[in-house]
Design a protein around this ligand. Structure first.
Ligand code: IPM
Ligand code: MG
Length: 353
């Protein structure tokens, strides 16, 4: 029997509700499969923990996480704490040290889900966004001087390293190569950002030579929002910097019908550290505790986690169940225009499994 140890970090807000749903669904799936077990250990880190202890996670938090095979994460952020404290104290504090440099965000319009794009349905939008996840605009470089004075100055420095860009570019080309269309779009803003992103373009061209069977093109990020909206079929795999891909992936999720559906994998492809799987939505204070959060993004993130753990058959079974649930309007939560509750969708998913 294969055994996978998972660290569950529900975090804040609806993260607690959707991770509970995800753990329930994945445990049911493992029991049905019979070939593997998932052993979840829960960590109560996040904003409540911060209010008790003054930190988002314990000083040895990373040491505690290291032995796990994967991390199943909810969301982070509380209305009464500054976002940069909560984010840098937990989520970003895991991505960087665990070198989870490849953030993968698949987007599809699922059968039964309505896209806000006129005439767009199943198959018209089928993308994988590959986001650089450890440097760029999220490198954490910068500072503030002369605080509060009229001459106060703040810098926010984006860092692009040749090694960092090359490895995300190779990952993106490999991802594109693994998909039927073998097509990659490289997004930058190299007309205005004339240093780091010109290097990004150059490295893309170099890496492309290693993948002669992959076709690729380039887009500036502003024009990319137009192409995603007006010509969604013209895209397949997309690679972009940390911040650009953050923005584009919210747009992608909205175009596919709801932020509640979109999943993410924060991968350390070399497997020196555990990778982390989470829905792309945030903690959503406005609906926290109401039992109406959409758990599909968390289920789908669980599907990506199973793939990473090598449980492909179970991952496929889970994806078919997700598609079945999405197609059932009676199981749509309010973000999809329905009135189902998190518990209904979870029960529906387990029945579909
Ligand atoms: C995301 C989120 C995060 C990000 C926040 C919560 C730090 O928006 O996963 O897309 O910007 O990386
Ligand atoms: Mg985001």
């Amino acid at each position: 029997m294969r055994k996978h140890r998972i660290a569950a970090i529900p975090g804040d807000g609806i993260g607690k509700e959707v991770v509970a749903a995800g753990v329930e669904a994945l445990s049911a799936l493992a029991a049905l499969d019979g070939g593997f077990t998932l052993e979840f250990e829960h960590f109560d880190w996040g904003s409540d923990y911060y209010k008790r202890t003054g930190t988002m996670m314990p000083a040895d938090g990373l040491e505690q996480l290291k032995p796990f095979d994967a991390i199943y994460f909810g969301s982070v952020g509380a209305p009464d704490l500054p976002d940069h404290i909560t984010l840098w104290g937990l989520r970003l504090a895991i991505c960087q040290p665990f070198d989870q440099y490849a953030n993968v965000r698949p987007t599809r319009i699922l059968n039964g889900i309505e896209s806000p794009l006129r005439n767009a349905g199943v198959g018209d939008l089928d993308w994988v966004i590959v986001r650089e996840n450890t440097e760029g605009e999220y490198a954490g470089q910068g500072g503030r001087s002369h605080r509060g004075h009229p001459e106060e100055v703040a810098t926010e420095v984006a860092i692009f390293t040749r090694a960092g860009v090359r490895r995300i570019m190779r990952f993106a080309f490999r991802t594109a190569q693994s998909r039927p269309r073998k097509f990659l779009t490289v997004v930058t803003k190299s007309n205005a950002q004339r240093n780091g992103l010109v290097m990004w373009d150059e490295i893309a061209a170099e890496v492309a030579l290693e993948f002669p069977d992959v076709t690729w093109d380039k887009m500036l990020v502003d024009a990319m929002t137009v192409r995603m909206t007006m010509k969604p079929r013209s895209l397949d795999t997309i690679v972009a910097t940390n911040l650009h891909a953050d923005i584009l992936s919210d747009l992608a999720a909205a175009l596919a019908g709801s932020m509640g559906i979109a999943p993410t994998a924060n991968l350390n492809p070399e497997r020196q550290f555990p990778s982390m799987f989470e829905p792309i939505h945030g903690s959503a204070f406005d609906i926290t505790g109401m039992g109406i959060a959409n758990p599909i993004g968390t289920f789908w993130s669980g599907q990506m986690m199973l793939e990473h753990l090598g449980e492909q058959a179970a991952a496929d079974r889970l994806m078919r169940a997700i598609e079945k649930v999405a197609a059932d309007k009676g199981l749509h939560t309010p973000d999809l225009g329905g009135s189902a509750r998190t518990a209904d969708v979870t029960a529906g998913l387990i029945a579909a499994l």
